[in-house]
Ligand binder design. Sequence first.
Ligand SMILES: Nc1nc2c(ncn2[C@@H]2O[C@H](COP(=O)(O)OP(=O)(O)OP(=O)(O)O)[C@@H](O)[C@H]2O)c(=O)[nH]1
Length: 503
Amino acid sequence: MVSVLSLPSSSSYFVHDRSFSFSFFPKRCCQNRGFPGNSSYCTIKCKLARVVDSSANPATLTKEAHKYFDQAIITVRSGDGGHGTVLSMPNQQTSKSQGRNGKEKEKAKKKSLYKRDFDGSLILPMGGRGGDVVIYADEGKDSLLEFHTKSRYNAKRGGNVDAMGVLTSQLHNGFAAPTLRIPVPIGTVVKRKRGKLLADLVHPGDEILVARGGQGGISLIDTPENRKKKMMSLTSNVMRDESDKVLVFGQPGEEVSLELILRVVADVGLVGLPNAGKSTLLAAITLAKPDIADYPFTTLIPNLGRLDGDPSLGAGMYQSEATLADLPGLIEGAHLGKGLGRNFLRHLRRTRLLVHVVDAAAQNPVDDYRTVREELRMYNPNYLGRPYVVVLNKIDLPEAKNRLPSVTEEILRIGTDDRYPEQMGSENSVQSSVLEDDLATVPSLEIPVADEKDKEIEDYPRPLSVVGVSVLKGINISLMLKEIRAALRKCRDSDGMSMNSGG
Ligand SMILES: Nc1nc2c(ncn2[C@@H]2O[C@H](COP(=O)(O)OP(=O)(O)OP(=O)(O)O)[C@@H](O)[C@H]2O)c(=O)[nH]1
């Protein structure tokens, strides 16, 4: 960009930024050059330097990972096609004079057997295809942070036809460039930047072709005028006029800007106020090793852990049963962006069961529970329709233990006996709710929430169970696991039912 500034000519100016280039004509110089120099102002032209985007700074990324881990914009470019070439027919005399005895003649004859199509026309080599760009879900990835440090991905171009300008039987196509495969975490939604949804990569290995490589150029035969007629009957690829040369160049690859949005994929979402003990719970029942500390917001990005199968179901069923996600603590106003904001609330969308973790030793555990329910309702009332279990934590502390019966009773009173409206977390409802606010462009996926906004938390179903535990001291862990597994089984049973009834 070029800006024009007017400055008093008597002053001295220092330009510290090396990216500035400017021309400065003092008053006398202006007059010598025939410029209207009677003005006491001179014109400085300077190029403005591009402002460096501090968000791409790796130091900022590490410090504020929670702002960047689940959303990124990248630009990908598929490879250009390799070029074909313009070939001339070899000099027949040379090949005739090659061998004197029969064997050599035979060899020369074989060499002159060019590749031909079924109709006898010559098959000429093509430039290699440019590399495609594919984005795929990889179990080894857990965040989109790396796409903030590297946001541009280019696939390789296809190889050119490697020829010395003469047609021989040994000519090959240019090499096809490999597909550029970009791994992203499971649960990544791929969209065109400010555009339509391309894919929701929910399962390991799910992939989407986001940019197709350019086609390679074709090769042409350059024929001398006197032989043109004969050649025309031989091949359809004979060059006829200058504009055909365009076909020799490979097609350019395509460039697209994409938005990647990560939605954690988990069967169970742990929710609660900061410090309630969610990370401790995750560490107690899975092999996950989340950060645990006695201050709020230790969890900055969701931690995932896998829950082993239910041993009571026999050896066949004793395998990994469900994934749990420990989400950063919610506070009052989280749906408006307070605390770590509303970004985290969207990670609940793929869960089928919620576990409310409440610090039973806190000043008012029932109020804390209500606060979290209210935040969920304000963000997305559908969340209150999901089956849930309440875990009253820290009952190793006397203040929690003493009030356990009364708190349990109070919590069980909040809500109705209705069936869970979300069909106990059916696959379809979870899948569709994943995308609702990102995919405003896909009307069929929108969920009608207008009526839900008028409801209170009392108008939604009660918890499936309330259980008092101490995840730190290992009190009642097996009882809690039993309740979580029973709730998960109910979700699965109703998935089966809804699938059967849906045909
Ligand atoms: N006494 C007692 N302390 C516990 C128990 N469970 C967790 N804590 C303590 O509570 C504090 C907070 O635990 P975390 O697991 O980090 O809590 P969190 O809910 O994940 O917190 P955020 O990351 O802020 O959302 C830690 O000091 C834990 O040791 C428990 O059963 N009893």
